[in-house]
Design a protein around this ligand. Structure first.
Ligand code: UGA
Length: 465
């Protein structure tokens, strides 16, 4: 198939490269000159594991190219819209999708379909349906199917999430004859038959996407509230959710307590769901609580830095380990690190940060004046009064804490991701503060007695005397 993808951001570029790898002829359309030039020169505007080689292969094999606009008569079978829908001020914007549709709808051949892959709220759909129908009617040509195909890719694993999806959701915004649905089915020809291909109304598909992210955010805020309960009762949240996760109705994922969720997706979608409901006179108390629990965690982290630094941040040096909103990305959008650094500086601290991802370091330096960014973990930790683990990059997890204790003025770490072993950190002579963690417990190896169905060693925790 010949497919044009509009918008070479995260979603568009991963989709374009993935589709090209399945043998489609893909045209990536990017209006931002600098980004287009970079792509043509083989430089990616984002860091995403595996993407660079997928793009390079697509280009080398002649399946992928980049242009600034789609000229009439290019004969595409599918036009995918993957332009941004954030307005930069925490809200949604329709304008980029609308202007893209206005430009392409009159030129599409009969039989082609439009597929929106940008994340958008359900309230946008009627206006988009009307716009496409009106633009198409004005050309005097047949209607064009309008579909939505939300993406469920995660930054850091976006390429494999795209190539091996756990489900494909197809929403019919306007597809009375099912032709658009058929086009999307052909587009995903390389996906095994066993992968659920779920066809539904456009509104359902958009809410299936939003609902998934709201649920993940809810799980994280749930774990964070549970961590507070663990602190009140002297329990360890990692053991608690570890046990809960064996229930397959609950599952073990997205129950990690800590400084909460960041990035361009979860925080924005929770906030906008709450905000739009309020504007419509509806209330979403659960999502409002998810949002406020998450916001609070960043400030709780700063309070814990203060406690670990001896009760004040005034004149103290805080070493922040990690800036990106999660490992394996260079993304700083709504990264907890920035809120934390800003709040710590406002409390009088000098904040020195290190992140293994160089582009994130460069951007963070310009985003937050006063934040000192260094080029090694040792440079961040040397003579610091307290360390704060913000992003669980493997480099930090594998640190030799005895060595770290020697570098620091006050050997103390606040673990914002509950990613460290508290007892190992303590044994290295550091103090440790996590979220809902217990320290000073001993691990006791037990063997299940005469249990042929389970002869493994089990580790049970018991409180130290
Ligand atoms: C999220 C969804 O996971 C994807 O399915 C979705 O396609 C994507 O948004 C999107 O809408 O485009 P992403 O933003 O890449 O993906 O990041 P996640 O892996 O979901 O992590 C979000 C945040 O939650 C990170 O800051 C992470 O550190 C935090 N998190 C995650 C926790 O605090 N605890 C956990 O247990 C898990």
């Amino acid at each position: 198939m010949r497919i044009a993808v509009f918008g070479m951001g995260y979603v568009g570029l991963v989709s374009a490269a993935g589709l090209a790898s399945w043998g489609h002829e893909v045209i990536g359309v990017e209006v931002a000159r600098a980004r287009l030039e970079a792509l043509r020169a083989g430089r990616l505007p984002i860091y995403e594991p595996g993407l660079s080689s997928l793009v390079a292969t697509g280009v080398a094999e002649g399946h992928l190219r980049f242009v600034s606009e789609l000229k009439p008569g290019q004969g595409v079978d599918i036009a995918i819209i993957a332009v941004g829908t954030h307005d930069g001020d925490g809200g949604w914007q329709t304008q980029p999708i609308e202007s893209c549709l206005s430009a392409i709808v009159p030129n599409l051949d009969d039989g082609a379909a439009i597929v929106i892959r940008s994340t958008l709220p359900p309230a946008f759909l009627p206006a988009l349906r009307t716009l496409v129908a009106a633009k198409r009617a004005a050309t005097g040509r047949g209607p064009v199917p309008l579909m939505v195909n939300p993406e469920f890719t995660k930054e850091g694993t976006a390429v494999s999430d795209f190539l091996h999806p756990d489900r494909i959701v197809v929403g019919q915004i306007d597809d009375p004859a099912g032709l658009g649905t058929q086009c999307v089915r052909e587009m995903y020809h390389a996906i095994p038959e066993t992968t659920p291909f779920l066809v539904m109304a456009g509104e359902d598909a958009v809410l299936a996407k939003l609902g998934a992210n709201l649920f993940l955010a809810t799980k994280i805020s749930f774990a964070n509230e549970l961590a507070l309960l663990c602190e009140a009762y002297g329990a360890d949240v990692t053991s608690v959710v570890g046990a809960m996760g064996h229930d397959d109705r609950i599952g073990p994922k997205f129950l990690k307590a800590g400084i909460g969720f960041g990035g361009s997706c979860l925080p924005h979608q929770v906030t906008m769901t709450v905000r739009e409901a309020r504007l419509d006179g509806r209330s979403t108390p659960l999502f409002a609580a998810v949002e406020s629990i998450n916001d609070q965690r960043r400030y709780d982290f700063v309070d814990r830095l203060r406690d670990a630094a001896g009760g004040t941040l005034e004149g103290r040096t805080v070493a922040l380990l990690g800036l990106t909103f999660k490992p394996n990305t260079d993304d700083l959008r709504d990264a907890p690190s920035l809120t934390i650094a800003e709040a710590a500086m406002a409390a009088g601290a000098r904040v020195v940060a290190y992140d293994p991802m160089a582009p994130a370091r460069i951007r963070a330096a310009s985003l937050l004046p006063g934040l000192e960014i260094v080029d090694s973990v040792e440079a961040a930790l040397r003579d610091a009064d307290v360390a704060g683990l913000v992003t669980e990059w493997p480099e930090f997890i594998g640190l030799d804490w005895a060595e770290v204790a020697e570098w620091m003025r006050i050997p103390a770490v606040v673990d914002g991701r509950n990613a460290l072993d508290p007892d190992a950190v303590l044994a290295a002579g550091m103090s440790y503060i996590g979220f809902g963690r217990q320290v000073g417990r001993v691990a006791v190896a037990t063997t299940r007695r005469a249990a042929p169905w389970n002869d493994q060693l089990e580790w049970a925790s018991a409180a130290a005397d």
